[in-house]
Design a protein around this ligand. Structure first.
Ligand code: C2O
Ligand code: CU
Length: 424
């Protein structure tokens, strides 16, 4: 007898496919009965399939690029092995059309993450190359539904065709490519009154900051950018910059409605209808998620750095590929913004000298937003800095490699608002 050839699926990966294939798709963005939109997607859909795994597991899949141009996949927010970070020319070669690339990496943190193209991202993400990446706690909080809510906007013609002109000078120099149609798309359409939900909100837009109101619920915001909050905040209104996420644990009191707050007036992005009543609701109090295993920064940072955010329309720079700059420097040429020994604490003062908001993202790490009073705020991977605002962030740089820091308004990134750090 030969050895058994029984093949068992790796535990926990029932919902994660072995391949992620990028290619053209048609999406019903405008809704049923309306024109379809030609986009790009993964495994035939945009957003791509929801990848789900358990904290501590290794996610392995083959990226197959069949989309017609070079690409690579970035696993946004994951404290990942540098070689798996998906940044062409910094952490890996470009995956050319027709080629494959094997990604395999450990998931150190539970939380709500997402994946997206990191090549010509202002175009490829806008065309739909992204999807949710959910890392479950070993013991997740009890809920009736675990709901992912993808939020995006698109610039569409009336028949559903995406308006072209990606990366045009006007979008690049202003707020980025803002859509004329926006949606919040929950992964379930109906719940019962009294159900407990986990809502995982993900802003996948290239440029739009969503000021959101979630109604029909009572509960708490328990995590931001995947990272549990030490002190959950009351749920209701929240702001999500591009790439930011929020986890809410809530009880349903009525139809769950996601509104984009005005001006001029609230605009309904999506909803979950209610039918019936949960007669045995979960009664355990909504509590903080288990604390993340992230190193605590030193009180006295090893490095105190300033990053001035510059440029844009009215910003006095000359245009082209260097419309935007960080400390008078556009793009990736030259030295990194900083070099660090592994484990050092860096405080970076972000000074927004421009007339536009920027969502600054650091790869491979989470950082604390520092409050005006100097206290350590929530851990994030993307921080929104409003026009003429100054914000300190503090990070323990303990993940070796070359890591981008860039604005997640993807047209700003394309037009120069990016740099990198090196952690030895
Ligand atoms: Cu989500 Cu460098 O990006
Ligand atoms: Cu920006």
């Amino acid at each position: 007898m030969t050895a058994a050839t029984l093949v068992l699926p790796a535990r926990g990966f029932a919902a994660a496919p072995a391949t992620l294939t990028a290619g053209p798709v048609e999406a019903a963005i405008l809704g049923e009965g309306e024109g379809l939109t030609r986009m790009l997607g993964f495994n035939g859909t945009t957003p791509g399939p929801e990848l789900r795994a358990r904290q501590g597991e290794t996610l392995s899949l083959t990226f197959q690029n069949r989309m017609g141009g070079g690409s690579a996949v970035h696993w946004h927010g994951i404290r990942i092995d540098n070689a798996m970070d998906g940044v062409p020319d910094l952490t890996q070669p470009m995956v050319e059309d027709g080629a494959d690339f094997a990604y395999s990496f450990r998931l150190p943190d539970a939380g709500t993450y997402w994946y997206h193209s990191h090549a010509r991202s202002w175009e490829q993400v806008e065309q739909g190359l992204y999807g949710p990446l959910i890392v479950e706690e070993t013991t997740p909080p009890a809920v009736d539904h675990d709901v992912t809510v993808m939020i995006d906007d698109w610039r569409l013609q009336e028949d559903g065709t995406l308006v072209g002109g990606f990366g045009n000078m006007h979008d690049m120099a202003h707020a980025g490519r803002l859509g004329n149609f926006a949606r919040a798309i929950p992964s379930v359409s109906e719940v019962r009154r009294g159900d407990r939900l986990r809502l995982r909100l993900i802003n996948a837009a290239t440029a739009r900051v969503f000021d959101l109101r979630v109604s029909g619920i009572r509960g708490m915001i328990v995590a931001l950018d995947g990272m549990p909050l030490a002190a959950p905040q009351e749920a209701g209104d929240l702001t999500l910059a591009p790439a930011q996420r929020a986890d809410l644990l809530v009880d349903v009191t009525g139809p769950v409605v996601f509104d984009l707050m005005g001006p001029p007036e609230p605009y309904e992005l999506g909803r979950i209808e209610t039918a019936g009543e949960n007669t045995a609701p979960i009664s355990a109090p909504i509590a903080a998620l288990p604390a993340p295993d992230v190193a605590r920064p030193k009180d006295q940072p090893d490095h105190a750095l300033v990053m001035r955010l510059q440029g844009g329309a009215m910003g006095g720079r000359h245009g082209g590929e260097d419309i935007w700059a960080l400390n008078d420097h556009s793009g990736m040429e030259g030295d990194p913004f900083g070099r660090f020994a592994r484990g050092e604490t860096a405080r970076i003062t972000l000074v927004n000298q421009t007339a536009f908001p920027h969502g600054m993202h650091l790869h491979g790490h989470h950082f604390h937003e520092v409050g005006a009073d100097g206290t350590l705020g929530p851990l994030r991977d993307t921080t929104l800095v409003q026009p003429h605002e100054t914000r300190d962030i503090v990070a323990v740089l303990d993940n070796p490699g070359k890591w981008l820091i860039h604005c997640h308004m993807l047209e700003h990134q394309a037009a120069g608002m990016k740099t990198w750090i090196e952690v030895a």
